[in-house]
Design a protein around this ligand. Structure first.
Ligand code: ASP
Length: 335
């Protein structure tokens, strides 16, 4: 009888595939629901669905969470809708300087690139930095050199430009120039926030977590500015002992508050749930000092939370039951 029970328990275990889950964001910001046309909204929701399905298919067929988040982020990088790869925001000089990072929660391996200008998929390059270099983070011309050395072709920097980003830069520059002439120090410290950084977090069948983030940074950034997105611990973090996080928001705050790592530390050392930890960091730590943005977080059970302290955040998930959900504004404002 005992043997029979054991047998059926193990038969059950082999039939029940371990859960997989994935979440994405496409940036947090201040757009109002009324400003988003139906067409544009449909385009965002459709591209987010493509990205989620790309990663989920990899996970469902037993692929690794690292591969799933890279493939998912790459779909978003190739879409002009988001601030990453094609459609990335422009620097003050009218160029694109792209940042990306990823982390594997199983072994705490990580890869990152910063300020790359001719790399078609910064997240692929960050992945290759993790796999094929002895380093974690490569920047600027060195990162480009590494890309060429592994056979990644150079793409023209203008291939990332979209009319929307060029107009955005023009508007922001006009505001910056007005501010400079008015010399209002306070305003100078508050760069205008734009939507569109992309990220993904995932749990695979082996119970491994991963996180990835890719961005063009902030419109009209200058002097080689680097945000939180390529910084492990700030914009991206994954550790199987706690959670995986990808962040979006005003990078200067996310760097100083070490946001992604702090959320996971609260889970690991204080036994906070991912919901509590993310809420505490976004609302109790960041918001009082003016730090705006959001995060997507997943834990080893496949629970997902996607909180933000801005009016909205493009976000979506496929949970452990296979249910897909998408959102842009606060739940109460979604139609
Ligand atoms: N966190 C990004 C940065 O500061 C921007 C964003 O998420 O919108 O570069």
């Amino acid at each position: 009888m005992f043997a029979l029970v054991l047998l059926s328990a193990s038969a059950f275990a082999t039939q029940q595939a371990a859960p997989v889950a994935i979440a994405i964001h496409g940036g947090a910001g201040t757009l109002k629901a009324a400003d988003l046309t139906d067409d544009l909204k449909a385009a965002y929701l459709s591209k987010m669905t493509d990205a989620l399905r790309t990663g989920h298919d990899i996970l469902r067929s037993g692929g690794a969470s690292v591969d799933a988040v890279v493939a998912t982020v790459e779909v978003l990088e190739q879409s002009p809708l988001f601030n990453a790869g094609i459609g990335a925001v422009m620097t003050f000089e009218g160029k694109h300087e792209l940042d990306a990072s990823l982390m594997s929660g199983a072994d705490l391996q990580a890869g990152a690139v910063s300020g790359v200008t001719t790399v078609g998929s910064p997240i692929r390059l960050a992945h290759t930095v993790m796999l094929q270099s002895p380093h974690v983070m490569l920047a600027g011309p060195g990162a480009e050199g590494f890309a060429r050395s592994i056979g990644m072709p150079a793409v023209d920097n203008t291939s990332f430009t979209t009319p929307r980003r060029a107009e955005q830069l023009q508007r922001v520059k006009e505001r910056i120039n007005a501010r400079i002439s008015a010399r209002t120090d306070l305003e100078q410290r508050v760069p205008p926030h734009k939507w569109g950084t992309v990220g993904a977090v995932a749990l695979d069948r082996d119970g491994n977590l991963a996180a990835a983030t890719s961005t063009g940074g902030m419109t009209a950034k200058r002097w080689g500015r680097v945000g939180d997105s390529p910084i492990i611990g700030a914009g991206t973090f994954a550790d199987n002992r706690s959670c995986a996080v990808s962040a979006t928001g005003h990078g200067e705050y996310f760097i100083r508050f070490n946001v992604a790592a702090d959320i996971c530390a609260r889970v690991r050392y204080r036994q906070a749930t991912i919901g509590e930890a993310a809420q505490q960091v976004l609302f109790d730590e960041l918001l009082p000092v003016g730090g705006t943005g959001g995060v997507i977080v997943i834990n080893p059970r496949g629970d997902i939370v996607m909180p933000f302290n801005t009016p909205g955040m493009y976000r979506g998930a496929i949970d452990t039951d296979g249910n897909l959900q998408l959102g842009i504004f606060k739940q109460s404002e979604e139609q």
